[in-house]
Design a protein around this ligand. Sequence first.
Ligand code: HEM
Length: 482
Amino acid sequence: KRGQSLMIHKQPPSPAGLPIIGNLHQLGDRPHQSLARMAERHGPVMLIRLGFEPALVLSSAEAAKEALKTRDAEYSSRPASFCAGKLTYDYLDMAFTPYSEYWREMRKICVVELFNLKRVQSFQPVRTEVTDAFIESVAVSAGKGEALDVGEMSFELTASIIFKTAFGRSFKGSLMDRKGLQKLFHEAAAVLGSFAAVDCFPYVVGWMVDNLSGLHSRLDRVFERFDEFFENVIQEHLNSDKLKDDGHEDIVDVLLRIHREHVRSGAMNNVKGILTNIFVGGIDTGALTVVWALAELVKNPEVMKKVQDEIRHWTSGKDRVTEEDINNLKYFKMVIKETLRLHPVVPLLIQRKTTAKTQMLGYPIQEGVRVFINAWAIAKDPKIWDQPEKFIPERFNDSLVNYRGQHFELLPFGGGRRICPGINMAMATIELVLANMLHRFDWKLPDGMTPEELDMEEGAGITTFKKVPLKLVPVDNYYCRS
Ligand code: HEM
């Protein structure tokens, strides 16, 4: 009996749950927020239960460091997920595949071939061309005094850049129009963010619940649309002489070349698996970050003025901001860092799974346990951050803290061996787009709305988007000055 009570004592604290469903009903549609509230009561290491599945929830920088640095290898797998499995052709991708030889090989190839700095720089002309065209189209709306939906236009912009760099084709006039694609993405984020019953309960019961709830048909629809698009892009590349014409490889060219060199078989599912990661991970995340940054700037006019003064000072006399100019913009970079702190758009990172028996801050942890790292909660921890709810870019003045996975209080891109490999690609786009939007235009709230009235609530899903769309009126500063 004594031994038994010691064992129980050694478990991390667990919030009380219900029979059978455990803590599932407490998660709601924004689990990062519910889990943060639960952690305030139960501490930075909690063991919850999702149906029949135990899950460890980490909510402090110290716990994140143990998972992502001290014991990185033991926390580096991904749990099986019915929805992710379907969308990645049975885990033939990089983001959702378990920690394995396959993942190591994919990650190595992709980091060396796709996400290296040289490749990111080689796409600079595409980013510049797309951003310039976008700024001109905003100028047309500014001329008419129209309010713009910042989420829709940022989405179109990041989609255009990814379409050109990854698929070698223009987004406009593609198989998917803007609204259709954005809806499809939000549906993909919603299914990936929901807990399928089959992942938490015995298979037959879970399968039946998911079928009745309509999850299977929603998932099938998303999968079919993605697959049709990838099939089309791949066939177009296989049939084209594009590479011979311009010598420049887009991401699909690179993946097909690797496929020819390494795989040699006809099936293209691993190419499609990686394309799914780029599609889901690369478009919406950047757009959402731009939206949150602009929303915070409009809500904090003194920060807006300071950052615009800096950008306009360093680019005085120029009609746009280039990627080289951005290196001079110290305060602007702090504004982006503060946006990533307050609004990490993948708030629970991508779920991890332990690869072996391990430990967490002294608690023994079993092999095969699901792990959530609540980057959203850590970035608002009052023990680390002064006035954590406030948007204060100056907090990064003279601070060495960055978002590249070495500082565990700020983890918008995760950390350890499964850190986001798209950081450079994402930041190059976000910085160029936002700097040009702030350089050329002033941004006003429509219909006499005041900054205090701006709603900052988050929507539901694996990524955090602004629930009430951000509508702003651009005022063309370029023509005001000339
Ligand atoms: C603001 C933009 C972005 C954010 C906030 C973001 C965030 C994340 C996060 C939190 C993870 C999980 C890391 C972990 O488990 O520790 C991740 C993984 C990943 N991201 Fe990103 N991401 C962004 C942009 C991109 C882009 C542009 C791409 C590719 C074009 C990309 C591709 C991936 C892939 C492939 C993984 C899986 C890595 C693995 O499991 O080995 N992401 N990202």
